[in-house]
Ligand binder design. Sequence first.
Ligand SMILES: Cc1ncsc1CCOP(=O)(O)O
Ligand SMILES: C=C1C=NC(C(F)(F)F)=NC1=N
Ligand SMILES: [Mg+2]
Length: 214
Amino acid sequence: MKKHLKLYFVMGSVNCLKNPVEVLSEAIDGGITMFQYREKGKGALEGEDKLQLGKKLQSLCNQNNIPFIVNDDINLALELDADGIHIGQEDGDVSKIRKFIGRKILGVSAHDLSEATEAVKTGANYIGVGPMYETKTKLDTNEVAGPDMIRQLRQNNIEIPIVGIGGINQQNLKPVINAGADGVALISAISSLKQPREAASNLIESINDSFVNE
Ligand SMILES: Cc1ncsc1CCOP(=O)(O)O
Ligand SMILES: C=C1C=NC(C(F)(F)F)=NC1=N
Ligand SMILES: [Mg+2]
């Protein structure tokens, strides 16, 4: 699990500057290690359109052995037979969902020690902790937690794989790794750029450097 979390690209059609299939294809070439289909926000696809785009993105991931995770939408995750699902605190009872999805990857958002502890107890495979920094991508985030939140979780013996998320880019990712995260999750640092391949390549290089000099 930990090795997949190094550069976790999260995106939906509304986040992309150009065709989402092209964006993901380039991001995979650039070196992302995991993908989350998060079709959410103003203008997001729904129903059949959401399913069809999901299928295209999933096949890109399958061709490249990249885990394909669906955000929030359990029915879509099961219909696509996705590799896993990511849910927030408001997306339902984690232990019920764990039973429902069997051995698929289960990611849970956590904003503090109590939510992280709860997620571990109910069988999450990783937790997403944030927001690390200010972000304009998700409008209803909790207040900025910062990399210190990850450090605090590790100091309280939270051993589960952790990925930081929120406002992360090449310039500010090192503190997130140094705080004890196994990787970074991000949207606009790849999806909003004209050259997603180059963006992903620069990001994974910085991430690997951060681990080497830890
Ligand atoms: C999904 C999510 N959860 C916490 S912040 C965020 C948005 C991250 O987007 P960006 O990487 O563009 O800041
Ligand atoms: C709200 C979210 C928080 N964390 C993550 C992830 F990075 F995948 F863990 N994904 C989300 N959609
Ligand atoms: Mg959610």
